[in-house]
Design a protein around this ligand. Sequence first.
Ligand code: GLC
Length: 401
Amino acid sequence: MNIVFLSASGQLGGAETSLLDILASVRQAQPGWKLGLISCEDGPLLRRANGLGVETRALPFPQTIACLGDSAGVGRLKLLFGMLRGSAAGILYVRRLRRVLRDMAPQLIHSNGFKTHVLSVWAGPRKIPVIWHVHDYVRPRFIMARLLRAHVCRCAAMIANSHSVAGELRGIFPRGIKIHPVYNGVDLQRFSPVGPRLDLDALSGLPLAANGIVRVGLVATFARWKGHGVFLHALALLPAGLPIRAYVIGGPIYQTDDSQLQIDELRGLARELGISDKVGFTGFVEEPAAAMRALDIVVHASTQPEPFGLVITEAMACGRAVIASQAGGAAELIAPGKNALAHLPGDAGELARCISELVLSPRQRAALGVAGQESARTRFDRGDLARQLIPIYREAAAAAQ
Ligand code: GLC
């Protein structure tokens, strides 16, 4: 089998990390298969895929297309104008992609993001089956939802990263479309309790924290709905004197500027809330496992239902105590009180209560860490991905014969 994967981003956000895990798992299960990756942006994704023996090509989007995004909060009018501006460049881009795809001659295309779902139909050779791997809810994306509906007749199957996302897709697309929920996998070698730890204080430019301090961090991309504001508000509600230092770990890595926060906005909010001395901002970190190992508590605080929440499973695999926002696919990953604590999206008060409970109880942190690791090992081992995906690939390829 020869499969070409398409990624809109070359950075390592959740969807791209998940793609690397798929490549690693399929490569190991089927060493004879040819795997290729075309990314619409150069970046660490290509280098990492290359290291797995995948043939990689960067085909950068023109800037007018790269910065388009229609996640919630972005003005629709602005987006429409952007699309119009992008259209001439868009046509040329589709032609180039078509040529590269012809050259790589796949038997199957696996597209990993909304933009590439549409592109896979525009540029994919007619008889080659296309699989859309859906990592985010479609409904909040006004224009993309319509574009996908218009092109879905060319989609052989969809993979959804949770039952919650699969359920949404079933309500949007015609009944005949095959929709397979497949949870993301975690590389349990990299995400384990043992290994190097980042010096989060040095990275954030803070003095070394005193012994006995409990480190709490939000690890997330800078999408506006990831709940950085809720995290900072929760920190401001904590009782004075709690031995805690907090970190915001991550940075704006995508090219869709309007839908992302900037670190200065968050520093400003921390100042307003009077917590600047309690919280450090590390910026983007290459090795999230080493950042998580340096934390005692990993917080997930998305304000909208989280489609999956890779960071939750990665933190569990590292044996950290996790506090998650319980909605969407993320709610499928946790058993509150057993392998994580939970708060409702946007509820800073409840999040603050969960944080102080865990700061004061090393025993509970340890118990959650042990149970989380067990969940990661039994439910989210990336080795299982190939077992689930290969039959989906085979079925799509056979149906196209
Ligand atoms: C997207 C989703 C996130 C998920 C990741 C990997 O980034 O928003 O919830 O963890 O994809 O599937």
